[in-house]
Each structure stands twice: as structure tokens, then as C-alpha cells.
Design a protein around this ligand. Structure first.
Ligand code: AMP
Ligand code: MG
Length: 468
């Protein structure tokens, strides 16, 4: 096990436009509030030395920290962005030779901070820790959270709030927005450097492919289809699917105003800034496709020298998105209902269920648990649907019931996240710890039942904020 980081900052070999050397602020009273032991282990870092290592690397950081530059479409509008409140400590390589970005989020101003203070509230950093680790344990690709620190500073948001830093771990932080920045540059070498770097880093196995740029694009599209299907499986609403928040690694990134569905509503939006419902639950696949089209525009000239041929090749990939998405979505929903085999009416059966759940305001997560546990007949209005469902199950091929793999027993519900965060802000972390423990094993049947219940009318959280 290592007692030091094993940094190798390959990103710094890219052209200068992609980053700026930065340093985290000095904080006088840093305290580690949460640390992720399993992840520490995965990084091959010695657990007993991790605390010291982390504090030391924030206060006596070396000269190799940097922030990344990028652009992006935010709610459809193009802007120049960059890590306004994040500093990458370095790319750590673990014992298995895997590379991880180790990033501080909320560590102070950078050249990309615009009017922001570069800071984050302790509450929003804890929120990202809770939700990103919950996603990981639900088996969904995501950036991870290694630790949360309290900075000891008060920062100005809604009045004064406790400041916090999240230590985020990602396969890489390259986003669609990184390519959009490169595409602005007059130097066509920049985009080539970035795409070749990204392939080497994310898909080295296709580097020697004769059509490597198209192959790369296809894999990115595949990864995004699979990711969005997984979000739909657990009722996750990302909330800010801007192109700068779509990582090419296929990991879910940036847990700002995200939230999970309680009652099923396909048009559900939580984010206070998403007034037109652009990033509503059911819009997520369409937006992923839109973002992927923006990505394609940046590498079109590399796909084929003949522009119309390049467009045709990309169009073919994008056209297959809808069909593949629909097929995989159906498969995923069938898995949730534990039906296999195929009948013409499977899609209809699922749509009818979702319509009933919507009209009768059923809880998304708990309804699937009730179906798993044969408890759904308690709803009179489900009778008709149940009889169709029972008939459908008769044609299932024999299979081993892998119960609970698709239907989580616990999700980080908004009202609970809020409750836990409020207690943590007052210095009481016991509920936070208990909540995280339960979220660590979301398919287990031993979940504290209070964590499974949907919110009462009073407890409902109607809006989430970016919480920056
Ligand atoms: P996000 O919505 O978290 O993806 O952030 C969008 C952009 O705003 C990114 O470029 C962030 O780095 C930047 N940003 C968010 N919060 C702050 C902050 N407190 N100070 C400076 N920049 C920020
Ligand atoms: Mg972002």
C-alpha cells in the first residue's frame, strides 16, 4: 500500500489552452468530515496514512496542481467555462496501474471563476458525496467521492454558510465541453491532440483502429445510452445536463440540483433553474442525443475528409441511438418486472403500468419493490393490470430469479438528504453516517424502513438548487 500519491499528470502534456496551473487556497482550520475507506483502498493508499496525506496535499501542495479549461452549452446557450472552483491535485496511478483524477472541489478561485468565489458550501459537498456514492453502489457509472472537508470558513450564500471541499475521483474529467473549447481554437492541432489523448486515456484498445475517431465516437454514444438507461432505472434526474457536465468516460458527473423521483412523473423537474423542463426525467435521452451531436460537430473533420461523408457517418450513429435506446430501455424495464422472453405487447404492458403509477401518484422505487414482493394487489386500481401481468409471467422462460438487482430498496430521497444535511450542518453526523451505511448496500433487504418511505406532503422537497 502507498503512503504517498503516485501522480503522473499526463493532462499537462496537452496544449496550454486546456488548463491553467492553480493552487488550492490556504485554510486555517481544515477538518475531514467524511472519508471513503473503500475508495482509499481502491487507490492503493494506506488507510492509516490517508488523513495526513490528504491534509498535507491541500496545504503543502506541489507545483503541479491545475484547473481544466472548457466551454459548454448551458441550457442550450454556448459559454466559455472551466473549473471555476476546482483544482486537480493530480492523476494518481494505483497498484493495478489504473489512473484516477484526484480533484478538490470548492478549494478557491481559479482563472475560470468568473464572478464566483471558487468555494462550495459544506452542505452541497456532502450532498455530492451522498448521491455520487449512492449511484456507485447502485452499480451506475459515476465520479466518486473520496472525502469531504470542512474548511472552517463561512461563505456567503443564503446568509453565511459553512464552507466545504469535496475530494472527487474520476476516470477523467474530459467533457463534451472540453472538445467544444478546442473547436473554438484556430489551431486545428488542438482538437487532434485532445482526441488522441482522450482515446489513449479512455479507449487505448482502439487507438490503432484504422477508423479510430469514428470508433471512439461510437463508444462514447454507446456509453451514454447505457448511462441514461441506468438513470431511468432508478428514477434519477441529473438536473443540469449541460454539455460541460457530460463526461466522455461515461461517468455521471456534477451533482448539483440532481434528485431522485419519489412519485412517478415523467415530466418531473427539480432544479430551480430549469424553468422550461429541458432536463426533465423523460427528456434525458433526448438531451443526451443533443449533447452527442454537439460533440460530433467538434470532430467532424477527423471522421472523414469529405464533409458530406463525415456527416453521413455521424448521422448513422445518431440515428441508431433512438432504436438502441428504446430496445435497451424495454429490456431494463422487463428486468425490473422480472419478465423475459418476448411478446408484442411487452412495451404496452410497461407503458400501462407507468401511466397508472403517474395518475395515482405511486412512488417509483417502492412500487417496484411491491411488485417484487407480490404486494401490488393492495391497490384496487391495479387489478386489471395485475391480471395482464400474471398472464404475461406465464410465458417467461425459466430463469434464476436474481431478485433486487434491478430494483433498489433504498435511494437517497431528497427529503432525507435535506434532513441529513441540516443535521450535519449543526455538527451532528450520526444520521449522515447511518444513511450512508444503508445506501452502501441498496439491494439488501435490511434497510431501515424510515429511509425507504416517500416524503409526507410536508416533507416534500419541490425544488433543488445548484448549491454552489
Ligand atoms: P456547474 O453547474 O456546477 O457545472 O458549474 C458551471 C460552471 O460554473 C463551472 O464552470 C463551474 O466551475 C462554475 N462555478 C460553479 N460554482 C462556482 C463558484 N462558487 N465559483 C466559481 N465558479 C463556479
Ligand atoms: Mg459542471
Amino acid at each position: 500500500m502507498l503512503s504517498e500519491w503516485n501522480f503522473d499528470n499526463s493532462y499537462l502534456e496537452l496544449p496550454q489552452i486546456f488548463f491553467s496551473k492553480t493552487k488550492p487556497n490556504k485554510f486555517n482550520d481544515l477538518k475531514i468530515i467524511l472519508q471513503n475507506e473503500k475508495l482509499v483502498e481502491k487507490l492503493s493508499i494506506n488507510k492509516s496514512e490517508f488523513n495526513d496525506l490528504l491534509l498535507k496535499s491541500i496545504t503543502n501542495n506541489n507545483n503541479n496542481c491545475f484547473s481544466q479549461a472548457y466551454a459548454g452549452h448551458q441550457f442550450g446557450h454556448f459559454t466559455i467555462l472551466g473549473d471555476g472552483r476546482a483544482t486537480l491535485l493530480g492523476e494518481h496511478i494505483n497498484r493495478e496501474n489504473k489512473r484516477f483524477d484526484i480533484q478538490l472541489k470548492g478549494s478557491g478561485k481559479t482563472p475560470y471563476s468568473r464572478n464566483g468565489d471558487g468555494k462550495g458550501t459544506l452542505k452541497s459537498m456532502l450532498r455530492e458525496y451522498i448521491v455520487s456514492e449512492a449511484m456507485h453502489n447502485l452499480n451506475i457509472k459515476t465520479t466518486r467521492s473520496l472525502a469531504v472537508l470542512k474548511t472552517g470558513e463561512k461563505i456567503i450564500r443564503n446568509g453565511f454558510e459553512e464552507g466545504g471541499i469535496l475530494v472527487r475521483v474520476a476516470k477523467s474529467h474530459i467533457r463534451v465541453g472540453t472538445f467544444q473549447l478546442a473547436a473554438l481554437s484556430e489551431e486545428s492541432d488542438n482538437i487532434e491532440a485532445l482526441v488522441n489523448y482522450s482515446i489513449k486515456r479512455l479507449q487505448p484498445e482502439i487507438y490503432d483502429h484504422k477508423d479510430r475517431y469514428l470508433e471512439f465516437y461510437k463508444t462514447i454514444v454507446e456509453n451514454q445510452i447505457n448511462l441514461i438507461i441506468e438513470w431511468q432505472r432508478v428514477g434519477f434526474i441529473h438536473g443540469v445536463m449541460n454539455t460541460d457536465n457530460m463526461a466522455l468516460s461515461g461517468e455521471t458527473i456534477d451533482y448539483g440540483p440532481c434528485a431522485f423521483l419519489d412519485e412517478y412523473n415523467p415530466k418531473k423537474v427539480f432544479s430551480s433553474i430549469d424553468q422550461n423542463g429541458r432536463y426533465a426525467f423523460n427528456n434525458q435521452p433526448k438531451i443526451a442525443l443533443w449533447n452527442l451531436a454537439r460533440f460530433a460537430e467538434t470532430i467532424l473533420h477527423l471522421i472523414d475528409k469529405d464533409q458530406s461523408l463525415a456527416i453521413k457517418k455521424i448521422e448513422d450513429v445518431l440515428k441508431s441511438f433512438e432504436k438502441k435506446y428504446h430496445e435497451r430501455w424495454l429490456e431494463m424495464m422487463k428486468n425490473k418486472l422480472q419478465i423475459n422472453n418476448h411478446t408484442e405487447n411487452d412495451g404496452k404492458l410497461i407503458t400501462e403500468l407507468l401511466d397508472l403509477m403517474h395518475v395515482f401518484k405511486l412512488d417509483f422505487t417502492n412500487t417496484f419493490i411491491e411488485i417484487d414482493n407480490d404486494q401490488i394487489s393492495k391497490y384496487e386500481f391495479m387489478k386489471n393490470w395485475i391480471s395482464k401481468f400474471e398472464d404475461r409471467k406465464k410465458i417467461n422462460k425459466k430463469f434464476d430469479k436474481i431478485k433486487y438487482k434491478y430494483n433498489p430498496r433504498i435511494i437517497p430521497r431528497n427529503h432525507l438528504v435535506e434532513k441529513v444535511l441540516n443535521e450535519s450542518e449543526n455538527g451532528n453526523y450520526s444520521l449522515l453516517i447511518k444513511f450512508i451505511e444503508n445506501l452502501n448496500d441498496p439491494y439488501s433487504n435490511d434497510i431501515i424502513s424510515d429511509f425507504q418511505k416517500g416524503p409526507t406532503e410536508d416533507e416534500k422537497v419541490h425544488q433543488t438548487f445548484c448549491g454552489t
